[in-house]
Design a protein around this ligand. Structure first.
Ligand code: DI6
Ligand code: FE
Length: 411
């Protein structure tokens, strides 16, 4: 038998493998993980390591916990400008709709994003992606939707991909041209959807810049029929779909998404039993976004108990965006998912690892076992539930991304 060799061996840690059927969190106490290249070659108890194993580099994890690298499966983190002034005005009583009517809100972010060159847009967005990575994120989804014309939508997607390459984070890009009606099409939403379907979806597809297509189906977004047209265009280009569904009202969007075999339906505060049935039947992931719920002071929770009962997988994400979820803390979202939405800490961590990976169509990450991509996070915590229990502060010591160590302090 050939002797085993690992390029990297992680030791001095407990491991939350998140493997199915392996008990709570798939825990292995006093574990070790052997890495070869960009993949996990071995996971088990340290005492069970192959006796003749040779190792190029051993990395000690200070008695902490190793989890799968976090997957933030819903963000709008590439944008320019900020909306803090709008936040102050809203606290003084101004309505979101009034601000929008005066040219603020999403339109303000669209103006700033259009004005920014690619370098400026990257410079403003880089700290947000870096902050996610610092808390343990190794894969992040980034949506367009603040360009709202072909050139600027593609610019957002290019910047997202470039930042991922620069920071060593996997970036999955989603075209969200059907986020709002741009000023050039004011009062002509159907004409804008025509342009999205005829020009922008094909342009993003030909450029290879979109991994999926999303839309905002709501009273202040687009109708079910308009959403269907966007989905048909995506399907014609072989792109999977996702949907901002049932955030502010019930448009039966989740069922529409399920009809198209969507990877996910996201937000879901107003999700109906019919929508739950449709998602359960199609295997569409429910992406829960407690940051937006919190920031909008919503009181209607997504139907977590019913989703759980029907076996609909639940993911948790930051929704990082300047209007309704200005956060770059995935760990705070784990806390909010439990405190506000009543997920268990284990469900929340699953929701930001393997379930989130599924919401992006990625089967090679999110659980720790041989053959998976070597994306892991290391935390200075005493037990896995601590990740959801605390809020504020960052116990992440570092990550491996495709086997490459990124640690806060030398080791
Ligand atoms: N739902 C949201 O909460 C954000 N987009 C969406 O479709 C809001 C985006 C913004 O206000 O900039
Ligand atoms: Fe969103």
């Amino acid at each position: 038998m050939n002797s085993a060799h690992f390029d990297l061996l992680l030791v001095d840690a407990h491991v939350a493998t998140m493997r199915a059927g392996a008990g709570a969190y798939g825990v292995i106490r006093d574990g070790a993980i052997g890495i070869v290249g960009d993949a996990i070659a071995w996971v088990g108890r340290r005492g069970d390591l192959p006796r003749d194993v040779t190792v190029t580099k051993t990395l000690a994890c200070d008695g902490g916990w190793i989890t799968p690298g976090l997957v933030d499966c819903h963000t709008h983190l590439v944008y320019a400008g900020n909306r803090a002034g709008e936040y102050e005005r809203r606290l003084e009583g101004a309505a979101y709709a009034d601000i929008a009517r005066e040219g603020g809100g999403i339109a303000a972010t669209v103006r700033a994003t259009r004005e920014a060159g690619e370098a400026a847009l990257a410079a403003q967005s880089r700290p947000r992606m870096a902050a996610l990575a610092t808390e343990g994120v190794t894969t992040v989804e980034v949506k367009s939707g603040y360009g709202l014309d072909t050139a600027n939508e593609l610019k957002q997607l290019r910047v997202a991909r470039a930042l991922g390459a620069e920071l060593g984070v996997t970036v999955r890009t989603t075209l969200l041209a059907a986020h709002a009606v741009p000023p050039e099409f004011a009062g002509r939403a159907d004409a804008w959807i025509d342009a999205v379907c005829a020009d922008i979806v094909p342009a993003a597809s030909v450029a290879g810049l979109a991994d999926a297509v999303d839309a905002f189906c709501d009273t202040i977004g687009f109708t079910r029929d308009q959403t269907r047209r966007v989905f048909d265009a995506a399907r014609a280009h072989g792109l999977p779909v996702k949907l901002h569904a049932e955030q502010l009202s019930d448009q039966d969007g989740a069922a529409l998404a399920a009809e198209y075999g969507a990877l996910s339906a996201d937000h879901l505060e107003w999700l109906s039993p019919r929508g739950i049935d449709a998602m359960a039947a199609s295997g569409t992931v429910a992406v829960l976004l407690p940051g937006a719920y919190y920031a909008l002071r919503e009181t209607r929770r997504p139907p977590v108990e019913a989703l759980r009962e029907r076996g609909v997988p639940m993911a948790v994400a930051t929704d990082c965006n300047p209007g309704t979820s200005p956060t770059t803390s995935p760990l705070l979202m784990l806390n909010m998912a439990c405190t506000l939405f009543r997920l268990t800490p284990q469900e929340a961590l699953a929701g930001m690892t393997h379930v989130a990976a599924r919401a992006l169509g990625l089967a090679d990450r999110g659980r720790l076992r041989a053959g998976m991509r070597a994306d892991v996070a290391v935390y200075a915590i005493d037990e896995p539930a601590e990740l959801a229990w605390r809020f504020g502060g960052n116990p992440c010591l570092g990550t491996l991304r495709a086997g490459v160590p990124h640690f806060r302090s030398a080791r």
